[in-house]
Ligand binder design. Sequence first.
Ligand SMILES: Nc1ncnc2c1ncn2[C@@H]1O[C@H](COP(=O)(O)OP(=O)(O)O)[C@@H](O)[C@H]1O
Ligand SMILES: [Mg+2]
Length: 704
Amino acid sequence: VTRVQSADLRRILTPRSVVIVGARDSSPSSFGVVEALGRVGFAGRIFAVNRSATPAHGLPTVTTCAAIGEPVDAAVLLVPAGAVFDVLDDVAAAGIGTAVVFSSGWGEAGPDGAAEQRALATRARQLGVMLVGPNCLGFMNVAARAGAWIASVPPNITPGPVAIVSQSGGMGNALADLAAEYGIGLSHIVTTGNEAMLSTTDVVEYLVEDELTRSVAIFTEAIAEPARFMAAAARARELGKAIVILKAGSSEIAARNAVSHTGSLVGDDRVVDAALRQAGAIRVRSLEELVVTAAVIAHAGMLRTPGVAVVSMSGGSVDVIADEAARLGLELPQFDDSSVREIRAVLPDYAAVRNPLDLTGGSLGNELERVLKIVDRQDDFGVVAVLCNVPAYDSCKTATINSLINTVGAGLESITMPGFVLSQSVAHLNEAGRASTAAAGVVGLPGLALGIAALASLSKWSARRPAPRPGATPATSGQGARQRGALSEWSARQLLEPLGVPFVPAVLAGSADDAAAAAGGYDGPVAVKLVSPDVQHKSDVGGIRLGVEGAANVRRAFEDVIASAVARAGGPRVEGVQISPMRRGGVELLVGVMRDPQWGLVLAVGLGGVFVEALADVALRLLPVSAADVGEMLGELRGAKVLHGARGEPAVDRAALVDAIRAIADAAWQLGHELACIEVNPLRADHHGAEALDALVVFREVPS
Ligand SMILES: Nc1ncnc2c1ncn2[C@@H]1O[C@H](COP(=O)(O)OP(=O)(O)O)[C@@H](O)[C@H]1O
Ligand SMILES: [Mg+2]
């Protein structure tokens, strides 16, 4: 696959002339292209081509592109799939560099369609034509007033800093409509369809570097080239731009790795979550949130500090805002003493001075501006939202409300931090509301739910420390190269201990006498475990005896674990029996590293030991990880509190726990390409430290 170069993409997305192939007056698609170009203010020439040269849309109409007789940049192919190959030849003959293919029935239609699509891409490459789609609605370069777009365009579409990339044409169309509805300015909208040549990642890479674009809103079903996508997201982060993504299709790949618990705990979608998070991208769950979040970040950029202040003209909403903020984990810092004193001097005596701040209705004059300046001076705040309703319709109050919006606009203008107008509901978003906010130069957030969600994303995005991910790849031929399949617990320990993973002491006993002797070497009771590469879950087959005391009991346990494993696991290979001192108390964690087919090695840390599956409380990161990442993962667990000392126990030694987890992660990284998974369950932590009580390592066959 040849990558699309940025310079090429700039040219492709800025056609100066366009031909509609298959143009017909009776076709809404055909008419749509003309209407869209009109609405974005296209100044170039538009031509029409159809078999009979029947004039369409009042445009110059001929039978082939080659017959146009002057250079054209882009062709929109409205012909049926069956005619696309021939038209492509004509497009190339006319020297046209870009073909936007609207027709469906290609890769999405099954194996035959997919083969056709591959052949089409090959043909386009041979001809030197860039194929957009097929099965797409084309693109609009709103900023440059150009495009080749096959859907409707809202009349009030405006240029601005948000770019939209959508695999789905329909979703791209809906996003464009929403943006216009919310008064959000767009730089580009690109739909990629089946991505036979031009992919979402190609477009994202380009848009991240585009000067006018401050944030990229993406709708996609799959991230085809994860490494490239991650690099583009990291680059966006570097430039202070945001990647906001709605990724659909979160169904799971079944049975990722049957032998480990980690696999069943870690769905594909959670891996995508972790990866996007690590790349500094923001994942959202609806089209509305996608557009509004992208707009908020495009407007505000990276905040000086993540704290959000809300100033309200309506007392009724402050509690809703506070609740919603708490639910979303959005930080609403409180006013410090000097701010409180200054605000008291501005507001009536009965006003409660807290964030969100209720201006108590009466304060519509210069009080707002004075309060905003106080907020601006307190360095716990990075952004402010002013809650006020925007006119929804003309009434005797319109003039009053408009002057209020102007006051807010002037207030936000007078401070250094970014600010937004937050409306109480989405209801106001009509012509009147848009006109007054546009006139006042304010950015409106449509409703508390969307507005607070977008501010929360902005705040978290700004708070996340930009963690440059090491570009390193795991060893390609590590120790794993010589191993196959699952290792016994003992062999796993031999592999991991030298790599720095702390283990409970153990002795491998080959006979009942050895076992008794080994147990005698430890104080107190011991754990007696079968050692076999064929038994991954020893408890399931009676391969474990815990709390065994006294030589006679240890001998019996030795015989028992072998006998019951032989009976229940169908004659497994037995390497011996492992004797370890019994540990009491502490917290049991699961630390797993598994290989995701798309994203590579993924670290999972969860609480629960034997309950880990029932609790399903795990945090994920792509490898490699830093100690800070691991610390953050522990903080993300719902049950994080138990690490601070549950049931009257002292807090666990967190540094030792982090070190142990990192050692496991680093070991996985070093073991290389052939590693399928590592699972330490449990890793036991207490106030003295952390140690593995069990370990599973599985290698995979890698086709050379
Ligand atoms: N040395 C030990 N001290 C205390 N408890 C242990 C010890 N070894 C194992 N256990 C407990 O027994 C459980 C099962 O042992 P483990 O070695 O993890 O076997 P399995 O193969 O079934 O996962 C562990 O989850 C842990 O709770
Ligand atoms: Mg275990």
